[in-house]
Every structure is written in structure tokens, then in C-alpha cells.
Design a protein. Structure first.
Ligand code: MN
Ligand code: MN
Length: 470
């Protein structure tokens, strides 16, 4: 069964919309290089679209009714948006979900050291990375330092034209004969992914016999960096203990190809689905069922922790919304959750002709062929998968056909090769219909991932059709 290339199908108006969507998407990627930065962007956009903060409404003992829009943020790293529909919540919601964390290098809690005249920050990589891809790239540092006095210092350095960048070194090829004998997984080891942040000693001014003398103290390069951090950010070495600093590729999201058909950027897994879900949610007109959009943290490390999908945060917020609508009971909440339907969106691996043997050509996502539906994911014998119900797939086919949304069905790769998990199975535990859907990505999980603009646009169209028709 052949699928059309969706570029063939667009009229002039759609092409205009597609380009506008791609441009906003690139701005989102540039402004959201961490979960916290994504949350800032999402909250601002939601407020502009008329969303109000749930916590404030709870304190005001407000009531929620049809058409109301609310959002709830958890620990500055996850967010849920609701748009109240006409029907009672017990009849279920239409839910979009995606994640806003991406693979990167996290800075350790005692990171700063000096060696061979360089100052380094020690890192611990986050999510699945091919470590050798992270050397000799310009890197930026984004994140926050929480000080003991309760103040927050925001750090983002490396992405403005004038900013310095950072990097991880690699051995020159002339001396790499031994290194190149190693397996790719071992060529660069996790502890070698330390980031170089300085190479100049702090000079101490000393007066001797009436003469100014310059002197270099112990660990002078490290001391120099600490002096800069103190001046620029008012932080001390100890403050790294309560910091969350992420090392990410420096640079903006770019159009790729002479035809500008693609986007090359860091963090498209899964900010491409997060952004397209958000846009579909924010442009939504009044609906019968309540619409919900969940954008969460920690998917890349198993959806753990208070801000991951396995946290009770989602279910708690549904209970709060139900309570403000006046119909809360434990049973009503259970009924609402099990009657809901969800598109759990995450990226899918795009067919790569250079590595054709890793895929089943009939069951892989192609760039430019639209929204991807993965009935199941998982490794080998579908381990870790959410296997969506055929009845649900039939319903989605009908909706997408009606709204002329172009979609394709796919698996990640060849059956015995491996696979991955998403957040789908976690929501499926409530008994609701959930399917994995998303956008095809080339070079997935690399520092610079590629998507096709048409797929990004088609994802937004698909999510909008789902919210309106399910
Ligand atoms: Mn993902
Ligand atoms: Mn991933």
C-alpha cells in the first residue's frame, strides 16, 4: 500500500499555512532548549489564547463551565491544558500528549575542576545518546541555579551571536589508531563527556617592594571561571549543588535543503509533537468533549519522577477540574479517565536510505508522507509497547479521511532490532484508548535531528481533527 507524498496535495493557502507553522515551530525550538524554557513559552501562548491558571481558580473557588480554558504547571517542567466541552467529564476527554524533555548532557552537582590548564564541567548524559556525536560541537548551557536564599538565577549562554560557546574535545586522528579500534559505544565514554569552559588563569595582583607583580595561584583557571561566575551570575561553586544546567547543541533551528523542505534542529524529539499538539489545542473552537493537552518531562529516562508521566499529577489535575465543574467523585473520575481517548505523540524513526537494512520498508515512516500512527512500539516481541485497539484505529481512519489528514502507519525499525517506549502505555493503564502517533525524524536522538515541514504541519492538522471529531 503506497502513501502519497503530502507535498503533492497542498493548495497555495495550505502551503502558506505550512510555512507559517514551520516558522513558529523554529521559534519555539530556539526559545525552548530545556523543559523549563518550553514551559515559559507554552504558558505565555496559553495565556494569550485565554487560558487561566487552575491553581488560582481553585483558590478563588471558581466554577468551570463549557468553553473555559485552564492550565496547570507542575514544578516548572510539565503542563496540562484543558478546554471544557459541552458534555459531562464522565463521558471522557480527548487527550493529546507529548514530551518536552530531550537528550542532552546534564551538569553534575560537583562539576567544576581543572586539568592540564583547562577548566571543565563534569556531565552526566540524559537519555539515549550516541556519545561520539557530542564531541567537537559548539555547545550552549541552559538552566537554572537555585540559591539558598530562594532566588533563582537563570543561565543561558551559547545561543546568542555574541555569546561564547563550550565544547567536548576529541583525540586528533593522527593519534587515534587505538581509539578507532574500539567499538562505537566505547570510542567516547560517558566520563569523557566533560565540557571545556576555560583555558586562562586568574592573575593575582601583588605588590612587592613598591612594584606591581602578577602571580598565578593554585588551580588558577578554575579560580578564573569562579570569578566570572560570581560577577556575571552571583553564584559560588557550592551553588552547583542546587542547579539544573543542561548542555545542549548551540545554534538555532535551520531550514535544510536547497528546497528548504526540512528543519534541522536540536530537540525535535519530542518538541515537534509538543508544539504541534499545543497549536492544535490553542486554535480549538468549542467542542462537545473536553479537550486536554499534556506536555511532560522525563520521557527520555522512563517517565519517572514527580514531573514524568508516571506521576499522579495528571490524574490529580483532572480531579481538580472535575471538582470545579461540580461533579467530582472518585467513580466519576475513574469513568472520565477510562472513557477518554488519546493521541500519545512522539517521534518515529524516518526511513534512512543509507541504513535501509535496519527498517522494514513497508512498515516504516517516510519523511513527507504525513502524520505517523504506530499501532505498537516496543522492543523485539513488542516489549514495553502500548498496542492500540483495532477498533480505535478504525475510528481514527474515518476521522482523518473526513478531515483529509494524511497519515501513514509505521514501526520504529526491523522487528528484532530493538525499539523504544513512549508515554502511551502509562495512560492506557486507565483503560482508555491510546495510540502512538507523531512525526518522522531522521537522525533521531542525535544533536541535530531532521524533520520535514509537511509532516510537522500535517501533525498539527491531525491533532486538530482528533480534538474536534473524536
Ligand atoms: Mn520521544
Ligand atoms: Mn526519545
Amino acid at each position: 500500500m503506497e502513501r502519497k507524498n503530502v507535498w503533492e496535495t497542498y493548495n497555495a493557502h495550505q502551503l502558506e499555512e505550512l510555512e507559517a507553522h514551520a516558522l513558529r515551530y523554529r521559534e519555539f525550538l530556539d526559545r525552548g532548549k530545556t523543559e523549563r524554557e518550553c514551559i515559559d513559552y507554552i504558558v505565555n501562548s496559553a495565556k494569550e489564547a485565554g487560558y487561566r491558571e487552575l491553581q488560582t481558580l481553585i483558590e478563588e473557588k471558581a466554577t468551570l463551565k463549557k468553553g473555559d480554558k485552564v492550565y496547570a504547571v507542575w514544578m516548572n517542567k510539565s503542563i496540562i491544558l484543558f478546554q471544557i466541552g459541552e458534555k459531562p467529564l464522565e463521558e471522557g476527554m480527548n487527550i493529546l500528549g507529548a514530551h518536552i524533555d530531550s537528550p542532552r548532557l546534564d551538569i553534575k552537582q560537583n562539576p567544576l575542576y581543572e586539568e592540564g590548564g583547562f577548566a571543565y564541567l563534569d556531565t552526566h548524559y540524559y537519555g539515549g545518546v550516541k556519545k561520539y556525536q557530542w564531541v567537537t560541537l559548539p555547545l550552549a548551557i541552559h538552566g537554572v541555579v537555585m540559591k539558598k536564599d530562594g532566588t533563582t538565577v537563570e543561565i543561558h549562554v551559547g545561543d546568542d551571536e555574541e555569546d561564547p560557546v563550550f565544547f567536548v574535545s576529541d583525540l586528533l586522528v593522527h593519534l587515534a589508531a587505538e581509539q578507532l579500534e574500539k567499538k562505537a559505544a566505547k570510542v567516547i565514554e560517558g566520563e569523557a563527556l566533560d565540557v571545556i569552559i576555560g583555558n586562562k588563569p586568574l592573575l593575582l595582583q601583588q605588590e612587592q617592594e613598591g612594584e606591581e607583580k602578577k602571580e598565578v595561584g593554585k588551580e588558577a583557571v578554575k579560580q578564573g571561571i569562579l570569578a566570572i561566575l560570581k560577577e556575571a551570575y552571583h553564584i559560588e561553586e557550592e551553588d552547583f549543588i542546587s542547579a539544573e544546567l543542561e548542555v545542549v547543541p548551540a545554534g538555532k533551528a535551520r531550514e535544510a535543503g536547497f528546497d528548504r523542505s526540512m528543519i534541522l534542529a536540536y530537540g525535535q524529539d519530542d518538541r515537534v509533537c509538543a508544539f504541534s499538539s499545543l497549536e492544535a489545542m490553542l486554535e480549538l473552537k468549542e467542542t462537545e468533549k473536553t479537550a486536554c493537552c499534556i506536555l511532560v518531562d522525563k520521557e527520555e529516562i522512563g517517565s519517572v519522577g514527580a514531573t514524568g508521566m508516571k506521576s499522579r499529577f495528571f490524574e490529580n489535575m483532572v480531579a481538580e477540574v472535575m471538582n470545579l465543574m461540580g461533579g467530582y467523585s472518585e467513580l466519576a473520575l475513574r469513568r472520565c479517565l477510562s472513557a477518554s481517548k488519546m493521541l500519545s505523540s512522539d517521534v518515529s524513526s524516518a526511513f534512512d536510505p543509507s541504513y535501509a537494512s535496519s527498517f522494514d520498508k513497508k512498515n516504516v515512516a517516510y519523511m513527507g508522507k504525513g502524520l505517523v500512527l504506530n499501532k505498537f512500539t516496543g522492543a523485539r516481541g513488542k516489549s514495553g509497547s502500548n498496542d492500540a485497539n483495532a477498533e480505535y484505529l478504525a475510528q481514527l481512519r474515518a476521522i482523518f479521511e473526513k478531515e483529509q489528514v494524511h497519515f501513514q502507519t509505521a514501526e520504529l525499525g526491523r522487528v528484532d532490532l530493538g525499539g523504544g517506549g513512549t508515554i502511551a502505555y502509562i495512560l492506557a493503564r486507565y483503560g482508555m484508548d491510546v495510540i502512538d502517533s507523531g512525526v518522522a525524524v531522521l537522525n533521531m536522538h542525535s544533536p541535530w535531528e531532521a524533520t520535514n515541514k509537511a509532516d510537522v504541519y500535517e501533525a498539527k492538522r491531525g491533532y486538530a481533527a482528533f480534538l474536534k471529531n473524536t
